[in-house]
Ligand binder design. Structure first.
Ligand SMILES: *Cc1c(COP(=O)(O)O)cnc(C)c1O
Length: 361
C-alpha cells in the first residue's frame, strides 16, 4: 500500500487518523455488533453519533444557540435551489458572482425570483474578489449571497461584504472548518462535506432560527424545506448515516489538534510555502490576485500548455496527484485542505523546483 499526496479539489484527502479509525470501526462500531452502515438511524447508538457530531461542530465553530445545524443531502447544487425556495419571500435576491459556483447559484435562483448581480469578477476570469465597498444592495432583497472560497479560481473573501442589514448567505464548501469564523455575521452558511469535512453525500447547513420559515415559496417539496429538517433534528428521513459518522471523526480530529485556530495556523503555513515559491519562480506563477488568494485552492500555470501537461504527468508519476486545473480554466491547481500535511506541500514545492531546473529556467 502506498498513499499518495492527493491535491484533489474534491472529493478530497481525509486525515489518515480518521480513515484508520473508520477502518477499525468498519465491522463493529463500539459494542453495537454492527457497522455504522448497518444500523438503524433511529437507534440510540446512531443518535449518539449524530448528537456528538453536532455538539462537536458547534463547539469548533462557536455556533450560537439560535442557529440550527442541519445535515442534509443533495450536495451544493441542491442548496442553490433550497436557498431561494426558503428565503426568497420578496422574490428578490442580490448575488455577488466570483466564480462558477456563485454563477450557478444565481442562475438557479432566477427560477424563483429576480436575481440582481450586485458585483462580479467575470471580466477577469474570476481571478479576484470585487470591490465590496458601496455595494448597490437592493432595498427589497431577501438576502445577499456569496461563495466565500472559490474552489476553481483560488480566491477567497478576506472581509465580508457590507450587506446593509440584509441577511448574508454563504457557500463555504471549500473552506469549511479551515479556520475560525464568526457565525453571527451570517443568516445561513452551508457547505458540501466532500471538500474539507468528510465524504461526499452530506451537506451541512447552519441557519439562524428566524430564517427557518413556514411560508416558503409555493411548491417547495417537503424535503427541500429547512424547517422539515430543523423540526426533525436531521432525522426526518434516513440521513446519510455513514457520512455523518465520518464527519464526526473529522470534528474530533480537529478538536484533538487544538481547534480551528490551530488549524488555521497550519493552513497559513502550508499556503505560504507554496505561494512564496510561486512568487519567486521563473517558470510558475499563481493566477489569483495576491490580496484575494485562497488558503485552500492554489491555481497556477507555466504559461505554456504543453509544459503544464508535462508537469501534471511527471508530478503524478512522482506520487503528487490530482494537480490538473479545473477543466474550464486549465493549468494546475493544488488544493491544500485541512488533511493535507505540510510534508505534502513541501514535497510539491521540491518537485516544482526540480521541474523548473530541468526545464531550463
Ligand atoms: C464543489 C462545490 C460546489 C458543488 O457541490 P456539489 O456537492 O458537487 O453540488 C458548490 N460550491 C463550492 C464552493 C464548491 O467547491
Amino acid at each position: 500500500m502506498s498513499r499518495v499526496y492527493n491535491f484533489s479539489a474534491g472529493p478530497a484527502v481525509l486525515p489518515e487518523e480518521v480513515l484508520k479509525r473508520a477502518a477499525a470501526d468498519m465491522l463493529e462500531y463500539g459494542d453495537s455488533g454492527m457497522s455504522v452502515m448497518e444500523m438503524s438511524h433511529r437507534s440510540k447508538v446512531f443518535e449518539d453519533i449524530l448528537d456528538t457530531a453536532e455538539a462537536d461542530l458547534r463547539e469548533l465553530m462557536g455556533i450560537p444557540a439560535n442557529y440550527k445545524v442541519l445535515f442534509l443531502q443533495g450536495g451544493g447544487h441542491t442548496q442553490f435551489a433550497m436557498v431561494p425556495m426558503n428565503l426568497m419571500k420578496n422574490r428578490v435576491a442580490d448575488y455577488i458572482v466570483t466564480g462558477q459556483w456563485a454563477k450557478k447559484a444565481a442562475k438557479e435562483a432566477e427560477m424563483y425570483g429576480e436575481v440582481r448581480v450586485i458585483a462580479s469578477s467575470a471580466d477577469k476570469t474570476f481571478t479576484y474578489i470585487p470591490d465590496l465597498k458601496n455595494l448597490p444592495v437592493s432595498p427589497d432583497a431577501d438576502y445577499v449571497y456569496i461563495c466565500q472560497n472559490n474552489t476553481i479560481y483560488g480566491t477567497a473573501y478576506h472581509a465580508l461584504p457590507d450587506t446593509q442589514g440584509k441577511d448574508l448567505v454563504a457557500d463555504i464548501s471549500s473552506m469549511f472548518l479551515s479556520g475560525p469564523m464568526d457565525v453571527t455575521k451570517y443568516g445561513l452558511l452551508w457547505g458540501g462535506a466532500q471538500k474539507n469535512v468528510g465524504p461526499a453525500g452530506v451537506t451541512i447547513a447552519i441557519i439562524r432560527e428566524d430564517l427557518i420559515r413556514e411560508d416558503v415559496l409555493p411548491g417547495t417539496p417537503t424535503m427541500l424545506r429547512y424547517k422539515t429538517h430543523a423540526d426533525a433534528k436531521s432525522l426526518y428521513n434516513t440521513p446519510p448515516c455513514w457520512n455523518i459518522y465520518v464527519c464526526g471523526l473529522v470534528f474530533q480530529w480537529l478538536k484533538d489538534l487544538g481547534g480551528l485556530g490551530a488549524m488555521a495556523k497550519k493552513n497559513e503555513e502550508k499556503a505560504a510555502l507554496l505561494y512564496d515559491f510561486l512568487d519567486n519562480s521563473k517558470l510558475f506563477r499563481g493566477t489569483a490576485r495576491k490580496e484575494d488568494r485562497s488558503l485552500m485552492n492554489v491555481p497556477f500555470v507555466t504559461g505554456d500548455e504543453a509544459l503544464d501537461k508535462k508537469f501534471v504527468a511527471e508530478a503524478t508519476a512522482a506520487g503528487l496527484v490530482n494537480l490538473k486545473g479545473h477543466r474550464t480554466v486549465g493549468g494546475m491547481r493544488a488544493s491544500l485542505y485541512n488533511a493535507m500535511p505540510l510534508a505534502g506541500v513541501q514535497a510539491l514545492v521540491n518537485f516544482m523546483e526540480k521541474f523548473e531546473k530541468e526545464n531550463g529556467r
